[in-house]
Write a protein that binds this ligand. Structure first.
Ligand code: SF4
Length: 185
């Protein structure tokens, strides 16, 4: 089936695309595309959301919120791709009207960790902090079996933060307080 699909669907589409013909179809796959930052079709696709005028959520209907949710991740990816493209262009000398390149924020750092440690020790202080090994490194150090024997009572997996995902996601739906409320009604 796959070979037949490749022959009858993929190959003709690829041939059209190679000639610059065929239809543009924006979607999740755009992230692999060479022109993802500047493609007009992808822009139109993502800007479809602009018709909601980004009104405050309380004035949107449920269906409108659902429409925004279904495109939000892609919209963010697309905006990121355009930003990255514009930055790279600016670094190569392109001037964008109303925009300029500046130095981003940066944090102080040691020039040489060894030199800092040596100097602090010399002055009579301890430059190091003692930290418990993380679970992955500790498991490596003890071996899986020993880790389980020694620490299985001391390891827990806290509940993950709720995330809103499409119905098609494999994870089971979370139980919420509203479910209890509805059950009692
Ligand atoms: S970015 Fe444009 S050309 Fe590339 S896959 Fe998406 S719609 Fe097609």
């Amino acid at each position: 089936e796959l070979l037949q699909w490749a022959e009858t669907v993929l190959k003709p589409a690829a041939e059209l695309a190679a000639k610059g013909e065929g239809e543009y179809k924006a979607g999740d796959h755009c992230r692999f595309c060479k022109i993802k930052a500047t493609c007009r079709k992808r822009t139109e696709y993502n800007l479809e959301l602009a018709r909601y005028d980004f009104a405050v959520p309380s004035t949107l209907q449920d269906e409108e919120i659902e429409a925004v949710l279904s495109k939000a991740d892609e919209l963010v990816n697309w905006a990121g791709d355009v930003k990255e493209y514009a930055l790279q262009q600016a670094l190569s000398g392109k001037q964008w009207d109303g925009w300029k390149l500046v130095e981003g924020r940066s944090n102080r750092r040691y020039v040489s960790e060894e030199a800092v440690a040596a100097k602090v020790e010399e002055a009579g202080f301890d430059p190091y902090e003692k930290k418990l090994l993380g679970i992955t490194v500790m498991t490596k150090q003890l071996g899986k079996k020993r880790f389980k024997e020694l620490l299985s009572d001391l390891v827990e997996k806290p509940q993950g933060k709720p995330v809103l995902v499409p119905e098609s996601d494999k994870r089971p739906a979370m139980h919420t307080a509203t479910d209890d409320f509805n059950d009692e009604k």
